[in-house]
Design a protein. Sequence first.
Length: 423
Amino acid sequence: MGEFTGRLDAIFQPHSAERLSANRCVCYDQDQCHASAVALVARPAEQSLFPRISSRIALGRTMEDRKPLLWFGAVIALALAAYFYHSAVNVSPAGDSPSISKPKLAVIVGGPDAFWQEVAKGAKSAADDLGAVLDVRVPDGTGPDQTATLVQASTDNFDGLAISPLDPEAQTKLISGLAARIKVVTYDNDAPQSLRYSYIGSNNTQAGRLAADLLQKAVPDGGKVAIFIGDNERQNARDRRHSFINSLMGVWSPREDDLAQLDADLGEPREAGDYTIVATYLDGSDPKQAAANAAKALEQHSDLAAMVAMYGYNGPACLQALDDAGKLGEVAVIAFDEHEETLAGIAAGNVVGAVVQDPFLMGYKSVEELCKLCRNKVSALPLPGAGSVALECRVVDQENLEKFQKDLAERRAAAETAAAEPE
């Protein structure tokens, strides 16, 4: 019993080097150890070890002697903190904010592009289904104009707002300030340092890998590749491009410094497995600049094997540049999103395939999330980086193009019918 009790004492006070040399019981008689443990568990409360511990502390033992107790106390404190934090996050907010039966909502899209038109259709469909009043606001596709749109919306007494921030760093304070008064969610692109309630967007890591798969199937022997994208500042753009390049290199879990290296010297060639990324062309979300970039890449690299169009409008821009250069069908095009020109290019064999998101669902889910928040159907706190909802991406190619177009047409028709019905 003495040896077993001595092992327990080692938890609470310094002991001999021999007994602390191994994290195990040091009884010389294991049967006696087991019997002693059973007896200890059955010990009456008045014979507890804790009075001994308390008395030792009361006698003024040194700080070194109290270290195990301090660690024990720290663990208890952390557990209590986690409990109260969990309670605060999951407490129903009904007592603090009234439920709003018909919330007035705003959705700010990224511009007039076809992708954003699909987001707006999804948002309107959700508002019709869920009984919300919706105002869709369309900036010109630039960060400053969207910021001005956000400032205006912040004065219009909305109950909730969804935005795909074009300039998240500059807009973070605005979004956080708005989230202190109303429910705010981000979609497609996040402002992770803001106090938005949640983020709804595509799994862009998956999207980049799907694009790499398309390239490797179309150009299996490697070659020169040009990447076209709006910018490299937004998180969705970086995730998509990083994942694409890393997949070509066979890297699935890159380190932070490796990702930072991928963002250096975007205009310089970069080896990626069997492929050479000749450059990443940025267009600032300007379709005209995107067209100029595609033409420039073909002029600079006459032996280009593939063009990877990572924003929706980049696909049509690449097709137009190839048509102008008389190279349609000679250079593989991997596109993103379901622009009509891109789908026509797949049908004609001029586009290998497109990685499609679901902008309609993105818009729908954004309004659905706002309705839940406004009606207290879910409880949440506005916390940086919390509440992400990832939507799956998929590939459209010649094999499934017809079904994809049929499903898309049916969804659009259903949304238009619902919008035309009287309330």
